[in-house]
Design a protein around this ligand. Structure first.
Ligand code: ADP
Ligand code: LRH
Length: 493
């Protein structure tokens, strides 16, 4: 029996999952799970890349101890971040975390060189200060060694793959998240790179999801005492892998990938580069097999994660299920927050940020953890409705319901409130969407599944889906109006 191994690294945790296909059904097994803890050092927030590499090696050892033969391996991670290699292939510095504040104000300074309209026309990507374009602009302006001495730009999965195989390739789905990749030319956008003072020669051509990109190196195999195995560039953007695993039967479907971030949208054949898409600040990220992911990045459960961390620092430890329980007992529609406000982007005491938001918008601050969590979850559900309506407008489709995947679907209250807010059915599952999508592309490449639609059918036949029907609508509709008034969000046409 052969297996594929999926490394799926989210912003809060990573896992190594073994997958096998048995009579067309998918079976998955968690080999290893580890937290992904950013590290503040030298005035910068970093990813602990060598710790992550260590965890991948631990996973390979666990696979060895399980006695399984690995057919192939794929890696997916969060978007936008990267490492830079020097002329001898050494990593320059520890990769910087997208939440480091060095990109504050950088969007505006890039737009002085290339107008925002042109940036969107060239990339089709949502304007967010975390995008690689603004990270590199900041490093370039600061005369960073990464820009001066860098010879090879590798996004996080490509960097990890380089350490496992010695090969260097970036992958398409992830490349698009940088806002430096032009979907029309199918290549890195030289004009944008030159405008920010970065040499386009640092960017090797990208490979498509499903490309075989090397094998575990002999040095690594010797170190771990393991057999080599092929490595496949899957949809190396975790959201790209999650969307690949949505168990949709219809071609036009809506999804919400729910984890540290919330990504809501639909799959399209071509990027939507219209004026309206730019105005609504939508994104067109690369998908699998020639598709694009027309979606909106929403701040997501990050705010809840940060609240939990802050309460822990104060000596109050809550599990996620406990927080959900407290929220369900709190008063409904007491405070309305726009989860995408910039107050919530950087790490910190989110309860204090919520109080600041309430003060700014003339609302009474929540009292007690349950009230804070309630405001966050309701705020997310309202934002999902807002973005789903905009997706429908841009794609010209009315969706019958919403597929939710990712770790966040374990929050059953959020799933139910999402159904209430959007007034449509929510189908929740699978939880491990990204890891499963990672596996699907490997199986298609290996010839074990025919195409993405056979793969999605296998997902729907292998994993339970929980159905949430919208409950009482009147109070959610009138609360949505209050939400828009308090947050100042505009309506879709
Ligand atoms: P990422 O891949 O971005 O690191 P995940 O998809 O693993 O994130 O989702 C993590 C989120 O899922 C957590 O922030 C938390 O809000 C939610 N979550 C995880 N487990 C539970 C649970 N048992 N009950 C409720 N929510 C949960
Ligand atoms: C979700 C995600 C999202 C964004 C963000 C940086 O994990 O990949 O799609 O790109 O992280």
């Amino acid at each position: 029996m052969t297996h594929v191994l999926a490394f799926d690294l989210g912003a809060s945790s990573g896992r190594a999952m073994l997958g096998r296909l048995v009579d067309g059904k998918i079976e998955i097994e968690e080999l290893h799970r580890f937290s992904n803890d950013p590290v503040q050092a030298g005035g910068r927030l970093h990813w602990d890349i060598l710790r992550l590499l260590h965890e991948l090696k631990q996973s390979l050892l666990k696979a060895k101890h399980r006695g399984v033969v690995i057919d192939s391996i794929g890696i997916d991670t969060w978007g936008v971040d990267f490492g830079m290699l020097d002329r001898s292939g050494e990593l320059l510095g520890n990769p910087i975390h997208y939440r480091d504040p060095h990109t504050n104000g950088k969007m505006e300074s890039v737009f002085e060189k290339v107008p925002a309209e042109e940036v969107f026309a060239r990339t089709g990507i949502q304007f967010m200060s975390i995008n690689t374009l603004y990270q590199l602009a900041s490093l370039s302006d600061a005369g960073s060694v990464l820009v001066r001495e860098g010879r090879e730009f590798l996004m996080i999965p490509a960097l990890l793959r380089y350490y496992l195989t010695g090969e260097k390739h970036n992958e398409f789905s992830l490349a698009t998240t940088t806002q430096m990749f032009n979907p029309l030319s199918g290549d890195w956008d030289g004009r944008l790179l030159e405008a920010i003072g970065v040499d386009p020669a640092l960017f090797a051509p990208v490979v498509q999801p499903g490309t075989r990109v090397g094998r575990l190196s002999s040095a690594l195999c010797e170190e771990l005492g393991i057999e080599s195995a092929p490595v496949i560039a899957v949809a190396e953007h975790d959201t790209g892998s999650a969307v690949a695993a949505v168990p949709a039967k219809e071609q036009a479907f809506a999804y919400l990938s729910c984890g540290t971030w919330s990504l809501i949208g639909t799959e399209v054949a071509e990027p939507v580069l219209t004026e309206r898409a730019r105005e609504l600040n939508f994104t067109n990220e690369g998908g699998v097999y020639g598709t694009y992911r027309l979606l909106k990045n929403i701040m997501g459960l990050w705010i809840l994660q940060e609240c939990r961390r802050a309460w822990e620092r104060e000596g109050h430890s809550y599990s996620f299920p406990e927080l959900v329980q407290l929220a369900s007992a709190a008063e409904p529609f007491a405070a309305f927050i726009d989860v995408d406000d910039e107050l919530f982007l950087q790490p910190g005491d989110m309860a204090a940020q919520i109080r600041a938001y309430c003060a700014r918008t003339g609302q009474k601050a929540p009292e007690g953890p349950g009230a804070y969590v309630r405001a966050i979850l309701e705020g997310l559900a309202f934002k999902y409705r807002h973005a789903l309506e905009q997706t429908e407008e841009l794609a010209g489709v009315q969706f019958g319901g919403l597929h939710m995947v990712g770790g966040g679907i374990q929050n059953t209250l959020l799933c139910q409130w999402t159904a209430n807010a959007i007034g449509k059915t929510v189908w929740a599952g699978p939880t491990e969407g990204s890891a499963i999508g990672n596996m699907l592309v490997q199986w298609i490449t290996n010839g074990d599944l025919k195409d993405i639609w056979e793969a999605r059918r296998a997902v729907s036949e292998s994993f339970p889906v929980t159905v949430y029907e919208p409950g009482e609508r009147e109070s959610w509709n009138s609360a949505y109006d209050t939400f828009k008034a308090k947050t100042g969000l505009i309506d879709s046409i």
